[in-house]
Design a protein around this ligand. Structure first.
Ligand SMILES: C[S@@+](CC[C@H](N)C(=O)[O-])C[C@H]1O[C@@H](n2cnc3c(N)ncnc32)[C@H](O)[C@@H]1O
Length: 236
């Protein structure tokens, strides 16, 4: 269970998330192309996909020649990922708020896409990512941009729980809760967990995005919604 997010835990909503995000603007034409451009060549890498949902990124990693362990807290998502990936990847149910059931120095790359903002304390999972990475390993993660969904009276500098609701996955909007973090805190936690920052990216939608949803594509072209962080495991 992810705790308080039916979008991922409820079997019907999880299936809807998988179906919609396979081709929508925010994921398929915005987040995934940006993350994959940063990842580059993944051939022969051992990769942990942490917060894999139904396995969109995992399938791409496998197609690129990586060996993949896909992890998610949601039983519904784990079932969908197993159905999609079959024996090609190991899929396990695990909560990023807990120590990972994985050995140290097992991976060359940890990818965590749009997942860390569901965890109250990032240091735990970030330290676990550092532990399971080999020397020279790399962490790439995406998260909500700190300036996204910020109301004029909100405290930018506070780490705080945001009560939001996402459309497109059911007839009614689905309530979703995640944590807002200021940029300074994001970078401080990455460094405190034992990483060296390589790059921060503020994605732009693909040229095709406007064909699906011209208004959303236009908005994403002038305001950041997600942030992608690229970090290297610091020598111990
Ligand atoms: C927005 S989805 C992103 C999924 C996928 N990476 C993608 O890009 O399509 C967030 C995923 O994080 C998972 N998740 C949320 N909290 C988690 C936690 N504490 N530990 C592991 N997975 C978690 C959810 O079940 C969900 O599948």
């Amino acid at each position: 269970m992810t705790g308080s997010n039916p979008l991922y835990d409820d079997p019907n909503l999880a299936a809807s998330y998988a179906r919609v995000t396979a081709s929508n603007v925010c994921n398929a034409e915005y987040e995934r192309p940006a993350v994959r451009a940063i990842l580059g060549d993944v051939r022969d890498l051992d990769v942990l996909d942490a917060g894999a949902a139904a396995g969109e990124h995992s399938a791409w990693l496998l197609a690129g020649g990586a060996r993949v362990v896909a992890l998610d807290a949601s039983e519904s998502m784990v079932r969908l990922a197993r159905a999609r990936l079959g024996d090609a990847a190991r899929v396990l149910q695990a909560d990023l708020a807990q120590p990972l059931p994985l050995p140290e120095r097992a991976f060359d790359l940890v990818l965590s896409s749009l997942t860390l903002h569901y965890v109250a304390d990032w240091l735990g999972p970030l330290r676990e990512f550092r532990r399971v990475l080999r020397p020279g390993g790399r962490l790439v993660f995406s998260t909500h941009h700190p300036s996204a969904a910020l109301e004029p009276d909100d405290d930018y500098f506070a780490v705080r729980l945001v009560d939001d609701a996402f459309g497109d996955f059911a007839v009614e909007k689905v309530p979703v809760r995640y944590y807002h973090r200021p940029l300074e805190k994001i970078v401080d936690d990455v460094v405190a967990a034992g990483f060296v920052l390589r790059a921060l990216r503020e994605p732009r939608p693909t040229p095709d995005a406007h064909r699906q949803d011209a208004a959303l594509a236009a908005k994403l072209r002038i305001r950041p919604w997600f942030l992608v962080v690229d970090a290297a495991a610091a020598p111990r």
